[in-house]
Ligand binder design. Structure first.
Ligand code: COA
Length: 373
């Protein structure tokens, strides 16, 4: 007899060659490369190429890829107008979802299903996502929009478009590492949404629009903003203990902690913890890092739960000066690489994704005319 697996936990729905996770041991790799090695050595652009093509680019391939990405960063004028006409209080993820969806109107290849065309569309999506996020942040703050640069990395260009000036190289590198760490994570909820959408042979824009909507939720990518909101609300290291106990007593959830797949510390959190510490020692002050490590210790000891990717990334983004409500959009900026890699993989051997429910309701009821109900 078939039984429902709530939340599809541990259900395998596809073969994949993109991302490997061992949740018991806390291992993550992209295309066979451990995340620690990629975090230490790779640029985000190399990782995007790796996810899409299954191999690291050589120098000539990377140069050509960087050029391609830099050449497609600008947004179609109507999409920029759409972004600047969004209400300033709109959630950046809603603006991103709507703008990405609207990009389809202006893409002449939207209905071209070949892998080559999908790779070009994926490049446009990865390149234009930072432009959308930065443009909305400038517009809602009544600042002039900053045009993308044609010769810098995605991370450097994004920080430049956001701030209106070039940032310290060390901050660019920190953002680049964050982008590498968030780029893919197997069949998480948003990636699954993307694969479901394109399994109907709907276009790539449908897939990534579904994914952005799915990432927004606080049980998924929305957790990073909530982590920082929690730290600000607590305000002092001495208040951490009472706050967390109070929250747990009320059966509340500590954001940035726990994971469906990891039964130990998320390896990305381990890396981000080092960056959070480094930022605390280089200008940001010790408060956020010390609060986070205290919460980590409490949650580990009292609940057997460990930090996930959203825990320490929150303080890293905060120390970089990124507005709180942009954190999830930064996650999307990176995950666009993974979503599109999975879309390409899904389409390379497609079968409609169509599970079933275990129906528990009544059967054979008689229809009652409206006046007799
Ligand atoms: N805070 C407090 N308790 C938590 C918790 C958290 N962050 N995460 C899980 N738990 C507890 C649950 O309350 C539950 O306890 P119970 O069995 O006593 O009811 C148990 O751990 C299992 O939780 P469950 O929700 O079934 O696990 P899941 O696999 O569905 O949850 C998450 C995974 C990520 C949704 C969950 O850990 C969570 O909500 N984390 C906070 C949000 C977050 O950081 N999301 C980003 C993920 S990358």
């Amino acid at each position: 007899m078939k039984v429902a697996t709530k939340g599809l936990e541990d259900v395998i729905v596809a073969d994949s060659e993109i991302c490997y996770i061992d949740g018991e041991k806390g291992i993550l790799s992209y295309r066979g490369y451990p995340i620690e090695q990629l975090g230490d050595n790779a640029t985000f652009e190399e990782v995007i190429y790796l996810l899409w093509h299954g191999k690291l680019p050589n120098r000539a391939e990377l140069d050509a890829f960087n050029k391609e990405l830099a050449s497609v960063r600008e947004l179609p004028k109507p999409v920029l107008d759409l972004i600047t006409s969004a209400p300033p209080e709109a959630h950046p993820m809603d603006v991103l979802r709507t703008a990405v969806s609207a990009l389809a109107f202006y893409d002449p290849e939207v209905e071209v299903p070949s892998r080559e065309a999908n790779l070009r569309k994926a490049a446009r999506l990865v390149a234009q996502t930072p432009t959308i996020i930065a443009a909305f942040n400038r517009s809602r703050n009544e600042l002039p929009i900053v045009e993308p640069m044609k010769d810098k990395s995605l991370a450097e260009n994004f920080l430049y478009m956001l701030a209106g000036q070039e940032m310290m190289p060390v901050l660019t590198r920190v953002l680049d590492v964050c982008l590498v760490l968030h780029a893919d994570h197997d069949l998480n909820a948003s990636t699954f949404a993307a694969r479901v959408a394109v399994s109907t042979l709907a276009d790539i824009y449908c897939g990534v629009t579904a994914a952005i909507g799915t990432l927004k939720g606080p049980l998924h990518g929305g957790a990073n903003t909530r982590v920082m909101e929690m730290l600000i609300e607590i305000g002092e290291l001495e208040k951490v203990e009472d706050y967390i106990h109070n929250l747990l007593d009320k059966k509340g959830r500590v954001m940035g902690v726990g994971h469906r797949v990891y039964k130990t510390m998320d390896p990305r959190a381990r890396i981000l913890k080092q960056y959070s510490k480094w930022m605390s020692e280089h200008g940001c002050g010790p408060l956020w890092y010390s609060m986070l490590t205290k919460i980590e210790e409490m949650m580990h000891n009292e609940k057997g739960l460990d930090p996930n990717v959203d825990f320490y990334s929150a303080s890293v983004y905060y120390c970089m000066g990124v507005p709180l409500d942009l954190y999830t959009a930064l996650f999307a900026m990176s995950r666009m690489a993974g979503w599109t890699a999975h879309i390409l993989e899904q389409l390379s051997d497609n079968r409609l994704i169509r599970p079933i429910t275990d129906y528990k309701g009544p059967l054979n009821k008689r229809f009652v005319p409206i006046d007799n109900r």
